[in-house]
Write a new protein. Structure first.
Lengths: 219, 128
C-alpha cells in the first residue's frame, strides 16, 4: 500500500522544466517554430520575429530533442535561378507576324498530344532568389510569383500566374479588383532540369498557356 | 425717608448715609431680583411660540391633487393593405456537376515532367 502511494506521488510530481533560447542562424524563427509546433507539444515553443529566436520550455531531455531538430532544419538558405519561357499555344496557321515561333522549345512528345499547331513565345524571364522567398514575375499583362524550397537536392517550387486585373462587384455591390488565376502549380525538379507547366480550358479551348521552367541551384 | 435724613445732625449724617446706601443697594438688588427671571422667561416663551408656529408649518404636507392624463387612442387605419404581387423566381437550369479544375501530371519518355491544369475558367485575357 505504501509503495502504491509513493508511486502515485512520484508520478504526480512535476518534472523539472527549464527554458532555453535558441538563436536561429539561417531560417526565420517562425518557420522553425512551426516545425516544432507540429511535433505534438512535448515542449513550449515561442518564436520571436524581432530577435529571430525561439524560446523552448520543457524538460531537459525534450529541449535537447528540440535543439537537435532545429539544428537539422536551420540550414543555410540555398539560392536558385529560374529561366521561365512563356508560350501561348493556339490553333492556326504558323506564328503571328512578328512573333517568335516557339515550337522547337516544346517537347515533340507533348506537341503530339496537343491539338495546337501554333506556338508563340510571349516572354522570357530569369529569376534568381533565395529559398522561401517570393520571386516576382511580370510578363506583359500577366503577373506571377515563384517560390521554392530545397528538399534533398530537389527544388520544390510553386508557380502562380495571374491574368490582368478585372473589376468585379462583390456581394455588397462594390467594385473590387480581382486577379484571375491563370496557372497555379506545384512542381518538383532537380537542378538543371526543365519542367513543363501548362494550363488550358477544361474542354479544349482555342489556346493554352505553356510555361517552361528550368531550375538551377546555385552554389 | 428723605425728610428724616435731612433733619439729622452730622454724626448721624454718616449713619444715615450708610443706611441710605444700604437702602439703595437693597432696592437695586430687589429690582434685579424682580427683573432677572422675567426677561429670559419672556425670550424663551417667544422662541417657543415662534418654534411651534414654524414647526407646524413645516410639518404640514401639501396634498397633491391626482389628475392623470386621459389616454388617447390612436386612430385605426381602415384602408385595406396593398396587394403585393409575388413573382416566383425562375429556377436556374440544372447543369451537370463537373470539376472546376483538374491537374494532371505526366512524365514524358525523356523524363520531362509535365504539370497540366485544365481549368473551367481558364482565360488568357485576350491577345497578350
Amino acid at each position: 500500500m505504501r509503495q502504491a502511494i509513493l508511486i502515485v506521488i512520484l508520478a504526480a510530481a512535476p518534472v523539472a522544466a527549464e527554458t532555453k533560447i535558441y538563436q536561429a542562424k539561417h531560417r526565420p524563427a517562425e518557420s522553425l517554430g512551426r516545425v516544432l509546433g507540429n511535433m505534438g507539444g512535448f515542449f513550449g515553443v515561442s518564436p520571436s520575429r524581432e530577435f529571430n529566436t525561439i524560446a523552448l520550455n520543457g524538460s531537459p531531455e525534450n529541449i535537447k530533442v528540440a535543439e537537435a531538430i532545429l539544428e537539422k532544419y536551420d540550414t543555410p538558405r540555398r539560392q536558385a535561378e529560374f529561366l521561365l519561357r512563356v508560350i501561348e499555344a493556339g490553333a492556326g496557321v504558323g506564328a503571328d507576324k512578328g512573333a517568335t515561333d516557339a515550337a522547337e522549345l516544346v517537347p515533340a512528345e507533348l506537341k503530339s498530344m496537343l491539338k495546337y499547331n501554333r506556338y508563340t513565345l510571349l516572354d522570357s524571364a530569369v529569376l534568381r532568389g533565395m529559398e522561401a522567398e517570393d520571386l516576382r514575375l511580370a510578363l506583359l499583362n500577366l503577373n506571377g510569383r515563384v517560390r521554392f524550397n530545397v528538399r534533398e537536392s530537389a527544388l520544390e517550387m510553386t508557380v502562380e500566374i495571374t491574368g490582368p486585373p478585372t473589376n468585379i462587384k462583390n456581394s455588397s455591390g462594390n467594385d473590387t479588383t480581382h486577379w484571375p488565376s491563370v496557372l497555379s502549380t506545384t512542381a518538383t525538379a532537380k537542378s538543371g532540369e526543365t519542367v513543363v507547366l501548362g494550363a488550358s480550358k477544361m474542354r479544349g479551348g482555342n489556346n493554352a498557356l505553356i510555361v517552361l521552367v528550368t531550375a538551377k541551384l546555385l552554389p | 425717608m428723605k425728610h428724616l435724613l435731612a433733619g439729622l445732625p452730622e454724626d448721624a449724617g454718616e449713619r444715615a448715609a450708610r443706611a441710605r446706601r444700604r437702602a439703595l443697594a437693597r432696592l437695586a438688588a430687589e429690582d434685579r431680583r424682580r427683573v432677572g427671571w422675567r426677561v429670559p422667561a419672556l425670550a424663551v416663551a417667544m422662541i417657543l411660540v415662534v418654534g411651534v408656529v414654524w414647526f407646524r408649518q413645516a410639518w404640514r404636507v401639501e396634498t397633491l391633487a391626482l389628475r392623470p392624463a386621459a389616454p388617447v387612442m390612436a386612430p385605426v387605419d381602415l384602408t385595406p393593405p396593398p396587394v403585393v404581387v409575388v413573382q416566383q423566381r425562375r429556377k436556374p437550369a440544372r447543369r451537370a456537376p463537373g470539376p472546376e479544375r483538374l491537374q494532371v501530371q505526366l512524365a514524358l519518355s525523356d523524363g520531362t515532367q509535365v504539370y497540366w491544369t485544365f481549368d473551367h475558367n481558364f482565360k488568357l485575357g485576350g491577345k497578350l
